[in-house]
Design a protein around this ligand. Structure first.
Ligand code: TXA
Ligand code: MG
Length: 341
């Protein structure tokens, strides 16, 4: 199959919509990461998403909607709190989980009785959903297990020959996938942290952070969000989180370079690095880091790095989302160099 790349001009809306109506998969930009979209209500179209990504069948897809009326078509019960959150955070990087209605095929939701829903903040994609008139199921548009794509080029590398069309909307603003929450009693539980932070959510509800956010999920046990149990966001390079003062980090990295290892580093711009290390694009604010993380992990592979060492993030604000992705990319390996009181 030939994969066409078109920019996100509204003149390309109809071409994308026509493919989606004819049960095809189209990669679309969102504010978080690129999505691999198809008609969520059509099981044949949804199967093509799983095939293109090589995604495990029990990992449910998020449904993307363009207006609240679509939510009531797919969710069985919508708590008042969900309406409040929608008003505050939609369109935006927040996915809410509801009991699902019948028209959604079981395969779309990985066999679960629930459905994750979000309204993306991207003009082209919102209009596309509106034009189609059906919700778009869309996981991140990467090959399963690789870092999520934050540019059309990343999507092209993973999906060339597998899907007919990629819409290029430039670099994704957030760079990390949406916050995923479910409702619990009067409050909410964060299953996957994202740009809508636990702190922002706690202004409107009582918030609990699921244990799976910062720890490995036991592969035999049931989990609230099936995506948490899979290997994720991993480049071929081995990723390690490191913690320690600047001097010890310098010494540690120097040894690696001396051993002839090609290494990439993600750290603050002011941190001194020994010659021979590759400083990968990162940034000094959590927002910049979130926007660049996945691109830099992909870049490490392009440059042939054997390993990438990343400054360990905190668990506060947006850094919780960075930490969650990095722990998985690093298979939970943390190197404590000491020296930090
Ligand atoms: O920002 C995003 O959410 C991006 C863009 C494209 O919208 N999408 C995305 O989809 O990250 P995906 O499939 O890569 O990740 C969806 C996560 C998975 O961990 C999945 O297990 C979880 O959300 N999820 C989806 N539906 C769920 C449900 N009904 N119950 C529990 N977890 C669910
Ligand atoms: Mg994904």
């Amino acid at each position: 199959m030939k994969t066409l790349l078109l920019n996100a001009d509204l003149e390309h809306l109809e071409e994308a919509a026509a493919l989606l109506r004819s049960r095809e998969v189209v990669a679309v930009p969102t504010e978080t990461v690129y999505g691999l979209a198809a008609n969520a209500l059509d099981v044949l179209a949804v199967r093509k998403i799983f095939a293109a990504k090589g995604r495990p069948q029990d990992n449910p897809l998020i449904l993307h909607i363009s207006g609240l009326s679509m939510l009531y078509d797919i969710a069985e019960r919508v708590p008042k709190l969900a309406e409040t959150l929608a008003e505050r955070f939609w369109p935006g990087p927040l996915t809410m989980i509801f009991p699902k209605k019948d028209p959604i095929p079981a395969e779309t939701c990985g066999g679960l009785s629930t459905v994750g829903v979000r309204m993306p903040r991207h003009d082209f994609t919102l209009r596309l959903i509106e034009r189609c008139g059906f919700p778009l199921a869309a996981p991140s548009a990467n090959t399963s297990g690789l870092p999520s794509p934050t540019s059309a080029d990343h999507v092209f590398r993973d999906m060339n020959g597998r899907i007919p069309l990629i819409i290029d909307g430039g670099e994704c603003r957030c760079g990390l996938e949406s916050t995923v929450i479910c409702f619990e009693g009067d409050g909410i539980r964060v299953l996957r942290p994202g740009a809508v932070t636990a702190e922002a959510l706690s202004e409107l509800a009582e918030v609990r952070i699921d244990g799976g956010v910062l720890s490995a999920v036991d592969s035999g046990k049931p989990v609230l969000s099936p995506g948490m149990k899979y290997k994720h966001y991993s480049p071929s390079a081995q990723v390690y989180l490191v913690e320690g003062d600047e001097e010890r980090l310098f010494g540690f990295l120097s040894e690696k370079v001396e051993m002839g290892e090609k290494i990439g580093v993600l750290c603050a711009s002011g941190t001194a690095l020994p010659p021979g290390c590759i400083r990968l694009p990162y940034g000094d604010t959590a927002e910049e880091r979130a926007a660049r993380l996945f691109g830099s992990l992909r870049k490490a592979d392009e440059l042939g790095c054997a390993a990438v060492y990343v400054e360990r993030p905190s668990a506060q604000g947006l850094e919780l989302a960075l930490y969650n992705r990095l722990l998985r990319a690093a298979a939970f390996r943390i190197i404590d160099l000491g020296g930090i009181s």
